[in-house]
Design a protein around this ligand. Structure first.
Ligand code: GLP
Length: 240
């Protein structure tokens, strides 16, 4: 795993945005994997700013998001589809039909199968952006998740529910299940950028980088991938 360390969150998010923008410029038909949570918000605003100021175009880019809550309509303000539209898609020139977020309503098993088919039909994800949960999850693959999983339905742990309550009015509103790309779907991505910052992530960053590869810390599986770059700040690297 390659590590890039930054003195500030602003420098870190700017650098991640730059990587994505350069990849889009090098390949205007990039198949780009995106993530949610608070970590990528600064990345998306830097991409929007660059699109407005420098005209980087996303007209031919295809995106796949990692996950979505079960039971939320795409129009729900707490859905990851809504988050992505609001943070990024509504402000760049990507046609919405080229943006994919798993569907958390309807026939969930069929939605999972179709999502993998769509990724395959697009030729696979070339660059995937990841965050990391304080319990080591990537996307919504919680501790214990199988390493050979594809897109599936996942039961969220209480840790994750508490960590994500910041986006909801109260804890009982946080869905307890999600549709998520699996660990194998993530390992299939050609190149991975994982970003993490803040003291809260220091313990899990150490486990991901130095710990044994174990389903107890799903992100540790990234040690097996040949092209992963970690974008970290000084606080999240404090225990390395
Ligand atoms: C959610 C998402 C993950 C994300 C994680 C970290 O649970 N499903 O993809 O990496 O949150 O969130 P944050 O960036 O808010 O710490």
């Amino acid at each position: 795993m390659q590590i890039k360390q930054f003195d500030s969150v602003n420098e870190l998010t700017t650098a991640v945005a730059k990587e994505i923008i350069e990849s889009v410029k090098a390949n205007p038909k990039l198949v780009l994997g995106l993530s949610t949570g608070s970590s990528p918000i600064g990345v998306y605003s830097a991409m929007v700013r660059d699109h407005k100021e420098n005209g980087t175009s996303y007209k031919e880019v295809t995106t796949f998001n990692l996950d979505e809550y079960v039971g939320l309509e795409p129009s729900d303000v707490n859905s990851y589809r809504h988050f992505m539209n609001e943070q990024l898609f509504d402000h760049i020139d990507i046609p919405k039909e080229q943006t994919h977020v798993p569907m958390g309503i309807g026939d969930l098993v069929d939605n999972c199968k179709k999502y993998e088919e769509k990724i395959r039909a697009a030729g696979g994800i070339q660059l995937q952006l990841l965050g990391i949960g304080t319990n080591g999850h990537i996307a919504f693959n919680e501790p214990g998740a199988s390493f050979d999983s594809l897109t599936h339905i996942e039961q969220l742990t209480e840790d994750t529910v508490s960590a994500n309550v910041k986006f909801f009015k109260s804890e009982d509103q946080v869905p307890r299940q999600a549709i998520t790309m699996g660990i194998q779907s993530i390992l299939n991505c050609r190149r991975i950028i994982l970003m993490a910052y803040g003291a809260k992530k220091a313990k899990v960053v150490k486990e991901m980088v130095e710990g044994p590869i174990s389903p107890a810390v799903p992100a540790s599986v990234l040690q097996k991938h040949g092209d992963v770059t970690l974008f970290l700040d000084n606080e999240s690297t404090a225990l390395l």
